[in-house]
Design a protein around this ligand. Structure first.
Ligand code: ADP
Length: 167
């Protein structure tokens, strides 16, 4: 059984992420969406618990997809699976360079760990969690950018942010 591990910060999950997760779920026996700490991001909009809950609700209709969290390195996490492959969405050339580097780092820890890429769907090429965070803070409509199940969660959090910043 091959397990696709879809890693990321998911702060928050977007329809771009969900598109990759759905396509992976059709290709692999099972998919584990794994929330990881990104060392270069020291603050997140949502806590790990909130992100776990938001992703779980977004993937509830996919029977072979589950959600997990790991506080260490992805290459170490992948050792938990007999046949785990990292599956990532690829948007632009800039993603490619970064991913090439990450694969090199992962292979130093876990030589047999492979990373496979799924090309981003055209309509989500420019979508990222940071775009969603920014838009939400200015009260923009998030329909078509994130799963419907989590729109209210983001709006509530953005409102808290606006209140605490006096906007
Ligand atoms: P990170 O914290 O590593 O930036 P993200 O949570 O932003 O992680 O994204 C996780 C993964 O999802 C990455 O492999 C990224 O390339 C992919 N991804 C993010 N947005 C999209 C999108 N709009 N279309 C396809 N893949 C995406």
């Amino acid at each position: 059984m091959i397990t696709a591990i879809c890693p990321g910060s998911f702060d928050p999950i977007t329809l771009g992420h969900l598109n990759i997760i759905r396509r992976a779920s059709r290709t692999f026996d099972e998919v584990v969406v794994c929330i990881l700490n990104n060392a270069s991001k020291n603050t997140t909009m949502f806590t790990v618990e909130e992100r776990l809950d938001m992703i779980s609700r977004s993937v509830a209709r996919f029977p072979n997809v589950r959600v997990d969290y790991y506080s260490g390195l992805l290459a170490e996490y992948a050792l938990n699976f007999d046949h785990g492959v990292i599956v990532k969405g690829l948007r632009a050339a800039s993603d490619f360079e970064y991913e090439f580097q990450m694969d090199l780092v992962n292979k130093r820890i876990n030589k047999r760990l492979e990373t496979l890429f799924i090309p981003s769907s055209e309509k989500y090429t420019f979508l990222s969690s940071s775009v969603v965070r920014e838009m939400s803070k200015y009260g923009a409509d998030l329909t078509g950018l994130v799963p419907n199940e989590i729109i209210t969660d983001i709006e509530k959090k953005a409102e808290l942010w606006r209140n605490s910043n006096g906007k």
